[in-house]
Design a protein around this ligand. Structure first.
Ligand SMILES: Cc1cc2nc3c(=O)[nH]c(=O)nc-3n(C[C@H](O)[C@H](O)[C@H](O)COP(=O)(O)O)c2cc1C
Length: 340
């Protein structure tokens, strides 16, 4: 997830266990091939993250091939092509879900990348551009012919953005239509839901995005249940430790101000399901320094450990929903603003 699954966040989640594959944020090949420092930075990963896929986006074949080779050069295990981003800026330039409207172009991009690359090539896509032009089965078959080795379907159209629910029927349809592995994606936030999706669609994998922000242990819990074990249940101490670990990782990587912003971004989701979570979230949003944020985390968890009530003491279930992959929109959302 752009703006979320960076080097820091991915390691935090990977360390919780159960993650089969980590994927970078989508990286612009226009930026990469022009030595944009941000794009290069987005390709960083740690050995502990393997297997690791770099996801690239763009609409120009030559640049996509160059970007793919750069990912291979930095040691990525897998190259993933983004065929799903609905952001107007990306679509306008022929990339992301824009490629679902131009299959000859997509075919050329995949064929040319495949010719040049020695690591596996995978594709992440939406069901189609609009409800009237759903073409994911056709795209999957074509991608398989081009040598793509894994299809990942987010069950929404471009037009849908993040509204409504993902339609997993299309995951089942693609699974029936191709021989390569197929993974489904969209709205998985619980163990039960993940297992149901595997059962209903016969898919080979489930991708989880926003659910990992609410519950960093979700992958481990699903793995536990799939292996006949009781799902891991983090203690209050472990929940506190994960927030502190995130902040420590952030501070190793960036100055205090952006680290505070990232902390607030995660807190917005992580507080979902915590007792007094809404109130706790507000204290984090209104923290102005590293010291203050760490103190507020300490006060919250000490209160709960003592069995005392924090804020209204209600179980928080209505945390803000992230329903956009437009990062400027995320930054503009006052919940994610860093207090000056
Ligand atoms: C903030 C945000 C950023 C995203 N960035 C990307 C991205 O860079 N590449 C990608 O393939 N999908 C991206 N997505 C889509 C997610 O990977 C996923 O397909 C979608 O959120 C549905 O899955 P979920 O309900 O598990 O989050 C993004 C989604 C969000 C909310």
């Amino acid at each position: 997830m752009a703006g979320v699954t960076d080097y820091t966040f991915r390691r935090l989640i990977k360390r919780r266990g159960g993650v089969g594959l980590s994927v970078s944020e989508f990286i612009s090949v226009e930026g990469l091939t022009r030595s944009n420092p941000k794009s290069k930075r987005q390709m960083r990963f740690a050995e502990e993250e393997r297997p690791f896929a770099v996801q690239i986006f763009g609409g120009q074949t030559e640049r996509m091939v160059l970007g793919a080779l750069m990912a291979e050069e930095v040691g990525a295990d897998i190259l993933d092509v983004n065929c799903g981003c609905p952001a107007p800026k990306v679509v306008k330039n022929g990339g992301g879900s824009g490629l679902l409207k131009d299959l000859p172009r997509l075919e050329t991009i995949l064929t040319e990348i495949k010719k040049s690359l020695s690591i596996p090539l995978t594709l992440k896509m939406r069901t189609g551009f609009t409800d009237a032009t759903i073409n994911c089965v056709e795209v999957a078959k074509m991608a398989e012919q081009c040598g793509v080795e894994h299809i990942q379907l987010h069950g929404r159209t471009k037009e849908q953005g993040y509204k409504g629910l993902a339609n997993w029927d299309w995951v089942r349809e693609i699974k029936r239509a191709v021989k390569i592995p197929v993974s489904g994606n969209g709205d998985v936030t619980s163990i039960e839901n993940a297992l149901k999706r595997f059962d209903e669609t016969g898919c080979d994998g489930v991708l989880i995005g926003r659910g990992a922000m609410q519950n960093p242990w979700i992958f481990r819990q699903i793995e536990d249940v799939m292996n006949g074990r009781a799902p891991f249940e983090p203690t209050l101490e472990e929940k506190q430790a994960v927030l502190l670990e995130f902040f420590e990782l952030l501070r190793e990587d960036m100055p205090e101000l952006p680290a505070l912003g990232k902390m607030k971004q995660l807190a917005g989701q992580f507080t979902k399901g915590l007792v007094g979570g809404a109130h706790f979230r507000q204290t984090l949003y209104h923290s102005h320094s590293a010291r203050e944020i760490l103190d507020n985390i300490g006060v919250y968890f000490t209160t709960l450990t003592k069995g005392e009530t924090f804020g209204d003491g209600l179980l928080e279930t209505e945390a803000p929903v992230i329903d956009s992959c437009d990062i400027s929109a995320v930054a503009e959302n006052e919940h994610y603003k860093v207090a000056a």
